[in-house]
Design a protein around this ligand. Structure first.
Ligand code: AMP
Length: 221
């Protein structure tokens, strides 16, 4: 089986939900650059201060910032047996940077050890999904008020904490994030296809069906 799992797809396509399930199943870390950056913002680090201005506008945070966050994380011991990348790389430039980071660390390579899973879904469906997305600030469980609501409105089913909406899930920033996705991230589809590591998944299906299909893609490879 592959060691590095890269999830590619527009914002709100359900990558986070599926990657968390896969990380549990494989017992490997789920590395989500968006969450790592938001943690830096919360902790008011220098890096967080830089990142915030880009995240608030729905733009990509500069490569130097993201690449140091990723390199520090994948160098850790718990990544030795593999890991899941969710939200990175997000441009061809970042994919090239990832290859350099892997060379520096001296473990895996994209061509031989990575599987990129592309979540295929219509953009307008996703904008509605994003605006209705809520998450638990304590246990990080993700809900959707339309398709996967909590049992008690606005409270987490698991730990009863009040759910929050991400600051960048408002309609204006959500649309900007899609523009950024089309311009910067969508070209990665061809890049990974050329490398021979791309698999596609229909993401406009119920969570359980996507999960079954994802397992096939991961375990049959
Ligand atoms: P996400 O949680 O994946 O939707 O990411 C939220 C925001 O964090 C994005 O809109 C970007 O501003 C920033 N971000 C996350 N991952 C990256 C990345 N790989 N490169 C640059 N910016 C990123």
């Amino acid at each position: 089986m592959k060691k590095i799992f890269i999830f590619l797809g527009p914002p709100g396509s359900g990558k986070g939900t599926q990657t968390s399930k896969l990380a549990d199943k494989l017992s490997i870390p789920h590395i989500d650059t968006g969450s790592l950056l938001r943690k830096n913002i919360q902790d008011n680090t220098d890096l967080g201060i830089i990142a915030k201005s880009y995240i608030d506008k729905g733009q990509l945070v500069p490569l130097s910032v993201v690449s140091s966050v990723i390199e520090d994380r994948i160098k850790k011991d718990d990544c030795k047996e593999g890991y899941i990348l969710d939200g990175f790389p997000r441009s061809v430039e970042q994919a090239q940077e990832l290859e350099k980071i892997l060379e520096r660390i001296g473990t895996y390579s994209l061509k031989n050890d990575a599987l990129a899973v592309y979540f295929d879904i219509d953009n307008e469906v996703l904008i509605q999904r994003l605006i209705n997305r809520r998450s638990c600030p304590k246990c990080q469980t993700i809900y959707n008020l339309l398709s996967n609501p909590p049992k008690i409105m606005d409270y987490c089913d698991i730990c009863d904490t009040k759910l929050v909406q991400r600051a960048d899930d408002n309609e204006k920033t959500a649309r900007a994030r899609f523009e950024t996705y089309e311009k910067e991230t969508a070209p990665l589809y061809e890049y990974f296809k050329q490398l021979g590591i791309l698999k596609e998944l229909q993401a406009d299906k119920p969570i359980s069906e996507i999960w079954e299909n994802l397992k096939k893609v991961v375990f049959e490879d």
